[in-house]
Design a protein around this ligand. Structure first.
Ligand SMILES: [Zn+2]
Ligand SMILES: [Zn+2]
Length: 254
């Protein structure tokens, strides 16, 4: 699989305050093999424009939505994508309702159920993350194809046990964890986002029980602007426990 990060920031990055030449993160979104988009957020076309790749999303056939938070899901983005081609959307019932005219393109998914999505096998997994919509439960995704597997785990704090019971049966090639928070103590967001130490603890277990293949790749994304040092320092800190700090435009193959 080819995984391209279109955005790696949490919701506190403000694109209106972006300055030329300064390091910046867009809202989190990723594109797999050019045809599977995770989270149609509001800034994916900005990525295309600034990186001079206007046709980047042309091949997208399927869109996975994790939850309705505005840094992950944007109806204008969906509308623009559907204008050029019909894409299937996989999401929870609350996000589907927000899609109005595009409701017919949606498949409302259940937790722990396998879906065939184009050439992929997708299993939505429960996340531990609140939403602005009462009753909405956020999704993480297990994505498999041709013997390769990826866990895309954002947004969530830890991994709920029912999701772990699915993951523990796997041997993953790649894990993408959210590390919204840094090392600082007392951040209230810890009940719905990971900090660095939480990611470190989870990965110790992933490796110990063999959920991650020995040559498996671990990447982190969804970094808060105000909880982290600059990218170089963050990358060095995560490298200590074998994690790559993704940045907008980072691409990996596994
Ligand atoms: Zn988010
Ligand atoms: Zn969120």
């Amino acid at each position: 699989m080819n995984l391209l990060f279109l955005g790696t920031g949490a919701a506190d990055w403000d694109i209106r305050k972006r300055k030329n030449g300064e390091f910046f993160r867009r809202f989190s979104s990723a594109l797999i093999n050019g045809d599977l988009l995770i989270d149609p957020g509001p800034q994916i076309f900005d990525y295309c424009e600034k990186n001079d790749c206007p046709a980047l999303t042309d091949g997208v056939t399927d869109i996975l939505v994790t939850h309705s938070h505005e840094d992950h899901f944007n109806t204008d983005t969906v509308r623009a994508l559907q204008k050029t081609a019909s894409r299937r959307i996989w999401c929870n019932e609350f996000t589907a309702k927000l899609l109005g005219a595009f409701f017919d393109c949606c498949t409302v998914v259940d937790f722990k159920t396998e879906y065939t999505v184009g050439s992929y096998k997708i299993t939505p997994l429960r996340a531990n993350h609140s939403s602005n919509i009462r009753g909405e439960e956020s999704l993480n995704y297990l994505i498999e194809r041709d013997g390769k597997s990826l866990f895309y785990g954002l947004d969530t704090a830890w991994i709920p046990c029912e999701s772990w019971h699915v993951l523990k049966q796997k041997k993953l090639d790649c894990v993408v964890l959210e590390i919204t928070l840094g090392d600082g103590p007392g951040d209230y967001r810890i009940f719905e986002h990971n900090n660095i130490r939480m990611a470190e603890l989870m990965l110790e277990t992933f490796r110990k029980v063999g959920v991650l293949k020995p040559d498996g790749i671990v990447c982190a994304s969804h970094f808060s602007k105000f909880a982290h040092e600059d990218h170089g320092k963050l990358a060095a800190r995560l490298r200590e426990f074998g994690v790559i700090a993704a940045y907008d435009g980072y691409r990996l193959e596994f």
